[in-house]
Each structure stands twice: as C-alpha cells, then as structure tokens.
Design a protein around this ligand. Structure first.
Ligand SMILES: *Cc1c(COP(=O)(O)O)cnc(C)c1O
Length: 373
C-alpha cells in the first residue's frame, strides 16, 4: 500500500442537466461501438504494478460511477464507504483530540452514541443542542471544531437553518458537516449552503431497495474541499471501511430511479400525514411538509408506548422493521432501539413511506389503528 489516493472520476460529465436526468445519465462507461451501457463490476483485490492504483483497498473502478453520480448531485466529490456509520466515523476523525463538537441532541442514534462514547473516553467534548433553536446553536459555537447538522433530524424531523448556522459556524472557524440522508440531494444540497462535508447513509434513499449498507462523504470542489477529501480518503484506506463492488453496483442501479421513487414517496407521505392528523388515535404528526418520512405519536391509556408498538406490529403491508428510504413502506416504534435519544417520545412511530398505492398504505394503517380499540 502507498500514499495513493482514489483516482478522479473518468466518465462523462452531465453538468447542465436536470438532477432527474443526471441520476439516469451519470456514471456510464464512455460510449464506443460495442461498449456496455452499464459499468462492469470489478472483483479484484489488487492491480498489475505501475498503474494509478496498486491495491483495491485504495480504490475500485466499481466505486467510481456511483461516487461520480452522487458527487454530481451534491455538487462536489464523493467517497464511498462500507456504511453510513463508516462515513460518519471518517468525518468525526477530522476532529483533533480534545476538540469540541456541536451536535443535535436528537441526531441519528448512531451519531449520538458515537459522540457520547468518544466524549466519555475523553477524546472530545460534545455540546448538545436543539438544532431547530438557531440562537441556542449559535451560543454553543465559540471554540467549536466541528458542527454536526442533521436536517430534517431522524426521527423528530426538526429542521435547521443550514445557510445561517453554516455561516455562523465558519465565523468561529468550525467545520460544518451535514447528514443529508433524509433529504437526499434532490431536495437539499448543503454544499451550496456552504457546508464543508455532506454525509449520507446510501443504505437509505440513494440505493433505495433495502438491500445494501453503504455510506458516502461529499466535499466541495475548492481547495478546502480537496484537502478534506484527501484526509477522508486516507482514513478510508487505512481504516479499511470500503464498499464491496457488488454493493456499489447495486447502489448505482438503485440511484437510477431516485427521482421517480422520491416523487411518489413524497406525494404519498404528504397525503398520509394529512389523513393521520385527523385520526383520533394519533396525538401528533411530525411532517415538515416535504420528504417521505412521517413521525406520529400514538395516543394510549398511559404513555402510548404499548399502543405504538401494537400499531407497528399490526400492519400487514407496512413492515415493522428498522431503517428507511426503500421502495417498501416500513414503520417502527423508535424507542425500541437501544441508544435512541430520550428526546424521542416513547410513543413515536417513524413511518418511512414507500412507493406503493397510497390507499393501500392508508387502509393498512387504518386497520392496525382500529385494532388498538
Ligand atoms: C441510517 C442512518 C445513518 C447510518 O447509516 P448506516 O448506513 O446504517 O450505517 C446515519 N444517518 C442517518 C440520518 C441515518 O438514517
């Protein structure tokens, strides 16, 4: 192994095209008579000497088309990892020892647990904030090294003022990372708001079929972005959290329909959020008005936790399973997950709305709600 860095994308540029077209057209092999329309899957651990890369922990040509496609959507350079949490770990490793991280108290639970354990081990200091309270976030900024933003948050669906908080963080010299898993680059592009690095769990909407675990970082195309990308790539190479070529290929295949999937899922979510708000068993609906995740609180005899659990267990079409962002609708009482922040109500059920017929989805929720008595 050497200091080599992943090669820069070689396939055709699709700049100037709509993102809806980009997801279909990006990351294709060069057109030549007889060339394949889709990129091949390269199963190899090593390469013949004297090429640009000598070992497949550094780079694999199967990663490149997916990285290029997602990088183009976010407006930066993407690096693919073995999971969303591997991408999170690479970004947290940018924080110097003893550094200060400002993060949402109700961020994705893997991020909350990672930061909590790093703080307990004395590696860094965390200042937990309510990401929707811009004044509170600003008050926590002085001395910060990294500001972690997630918007909408998982699963409370709180929204952060990304451009405002990013500018404020930069004033104190902090790096800004944005977990863009829920929004996807079709709905929100944090690099355009000034963020330094975007993080994705590509397990979710980007791949979209609940069949792979993958993650990405995306950094800007300026000097600061390139310097960060070099450090992140080095972390990936040395940490070894790399994607399998088959998973990378499946993710690109899933990405082709991102725009169609998201459009249908968002329409379904908007409709279901309205119907749920009128249901007597639902005490609160959290839906920011866009995206395809809806969180509801279930009314119950005591705290509603048992009823929320029964709602999730009683559906036939929706699957009672963790994760989100696939074509198939899923729901889950989030507090059944160890490590879920206490800010998440015990009776909260997160619905990841898929692309099925909205009336079928509604009837299934209705029958499960009705069975609560
Ligand atoms: C799922 C998720 C992650 C972690 O990604 P994995 O692919 O499961 O490792 C990070 N952030 C958010 C918002 C997520 O939903």
């Amino acid at each position: 192994m050497t200091d080599q860095h992943p090669s820069t994308p070689a396939t055709a540029h699709t700049s100037g095209l709509s993102p809806r077209t980009h997801v279909v057209a990006a990351g294709r092999p060069r057109r030549a008579p007889g060339a394949s329309l889709n990129p091949p899957v390269t199963f190899t651990s090593t390469y013949i000497a004297d090429g640009p890369v000598n070992y497949a922990r550094v780079d694999n040509p199967t990663w490149t088309p997916f990285e290029e496609a997602v990088g183009g959507l976010e407006g930066g350079d993407a690096l693919l990892y073995s999971s969303g949490m591997a991408a999170v770990a690479a970004v947290l490793a940018l924080v110097p020892r003893g550094g200060v991280v400002v993060a949402p108290a109700a961020a994705y639970n893997g991020v909350v647990v990672s930061l909590t354990e790093a703080a307990r081990a004395g590696l860094l200091e965390v200042r937990w904030v309510d990401i929707a309270d811009a004044a509170g976030v600003r008050a926590a900024l002085p001395g910060a090294d990294l500001v972690w933003l997630e918007s909408p948050t998982n699963p409370l669906l709180d929204l952060a003022d990304l451009p405002g908080l990013t500018a404020a963080a930069h004033e104190v010299g902090a790096l800004v990372a944005v977990d863009n898993t829920f929004a996807t680059p079709l709905l929100q592009r944090p690099l355009e708001s000034g963020a330094d690095v975007v993080v994705h769990s590509a397990t979710k909407y980007l791949s979209g079929h609940s069949d792979v675990i993958l993650g990405l970082t995306v950094t800007g195309d300026d000097e600061r972005g390139r310097e960060l990308r070099t450090r992140l790539a080095r972390h990936r190479t040395l940490g070894g959290a790399i994607a399998g070529p088959m998973e990378a290929w499946l993710a690109l295949r899933g990405l082709r329909t991102l725009s169609l999937r998201l459009e249908r899922a968002c329409d379904n979510a908007t409709e279901l959020a309205q119907r749920l708000a009128d249901h007597p068993r639902v005490s609160r609906v959290r839906y920011p008005g866009w995206g395809a995740i809806v969180s509801i609180e279930v009314a119950g005899a005591t705290d509603g936790a048992a009823e929320a659990e029964a709602l999730a267990a009683g559906t036939r079409l929706w699957s009672n399973s963790t994760s989100l962002g696939g074509v198939e609708s899923q729901l889950e009482r989030r507090r059944r997950q160890p490590g879920e922040p206490e800010a998440v109500p015990v009776n909260l059920v997160r619905l990841s709305v898929g692309v099925e017929d909205v009336d079928d989805l509604w009837r299934d929720l209705e029958q499960s709600l009705a069975a609560l008595g």
